[in-house]
Design a protein around this ligand. Sequence first.
Ligand code: CA2
Length: 160
Amino acid sequence: MPQTPVIYVLNGPNLNLLGVREPHIYGHDTLADVQTICEAASDGDTIVFRQTNHEGELIDWVHEARIEAAALVLNPAGYGHTSVALLDALKALTIPIVECHLSNPAARERFRHRSYVSPVATGIVSGFGPISYDLAVRAAVRLARERAAAADRSVQAKEA
Ligand code: CA2
């Protein structure tokens, strides 16, 4: 029997403070609330949901997602604006990557306008608060299914 596809949802630094600090920017929902939103949006796929304040750990998880996941939803938080190492890790992935932000970085300070993730993302969802994660997970699930269906078709074409 085929295994349930796994969607990785990885969160970068300081997102553990969600709902606790700066609610005027990031809202009142906690990261646990965001996890619940992701699980509800998964349409039966398995969600692996994690947060770290450490760049190396985030990169290790991206490497893990390369092997284990059908798609990646990534809120890189501050590392999205700074980390060439994160970009290099993401470049090794062939699965769909959905960049996700609670706020709309393009409407904020200039230093948030640059993203090292966007050039390798399949798509970007930003500015909708926790709804960004709902939309990002739905997109990731659909992209992963389309990719699996295309792979099946290619196997069938080779066998025919
Ligand atoms: O809008 C987003 O999701 C961001 O990725 C959040 C990052 C920020 O650096 C990006 O520009 C946009 C910041 C995450 C920190 O989250 C906090 C949450 C509550 C209190 C303090 C920080």
